[in-house]
Ligand binder design. Sequence first.
Ligand SMILES: [Zn+2]
Length: 305
Amino acid sequence: MNSARCDLCHVISVWESKVKMKGRSLLIRTVASLATLVALGCGLIRQDEVGIEPERAKWVGVSDFAVPVLMYHRVCPLTELEAKSPLTRDLTVLPEDFEQQIKHLSDNGFVLLSVYDVQTALLTGGKLPEKAVALTFDDGYRDNFDHAFPILSKYRASATIFLVKNTVDDAKHLTWEMIRRMRSDNVRYGSHTVSHPDLTSLDDIQLDYELVESKRFLESKLREPVTALAYPAGRFDKRVTTQARSAGYLTAWDKGGGPVRPGDDPFRLPRVRVHGQTSLRDFERKAWSGYWERKIDSATQAPSG
Ligand SMILES: [Zn+2]
């Protein structure tokens, strides 16, 4: 089995290098992605070899999971001027509110996942904990390191940050040093494209560049597969999902919706937005939404009499 696995990995890696040399032919990359998934399903390659981690042994999972993937942007105090901007206020969760939210999850026994944990379960028919959420942060703001990371570390919470290639290392966003420091402590990364455009407005060549180049760049810097994508501003259509798949992503994430359920389309995955004005009560409703959705499902499916 081992040699079959190695042979298959070799074939896939040869395919992938041919893809790069041949100007990224859509057809070949689609075949390579499909082969990876088939090999994964057959157990010929390990999940971590395609960039998704094996389930953690400590979980007692359920196969009909319902997991809210929470979506944040900034976590920091607001200046007086920033507090007057409705957009900035909306994008910014105060550190004290963020800590209350994470403490609520921790106190109530929620398992805090990365999107790669959810991706693994979704793609392999695996299980996830009955009470779980995944934390995601879009855009890679520097305050994620300064204000969110200390709280994440305190509660040993996993999280995923979707990075925009062109803003890494600028004055307002994460540096590579911060990114690597957090990677060594449970934070994972996904792509949020090269320049954060509306992907539906691009021609095929620009679209391919935004998807492929951001993935290549992050993988070369992080030295690990980056197979999750977040659509900028949640903008996508059929053409975008098709090209995201052929670029080698395994999942792509929207900016709204409810909990992730088994059978969801891996390229139209929902998230649950946490706004700057989200009260703790609202947050609790969002965090518990998956748990209660499953309970309602099982109550309505229970045989009567
Ligand atoms: Zn964004």
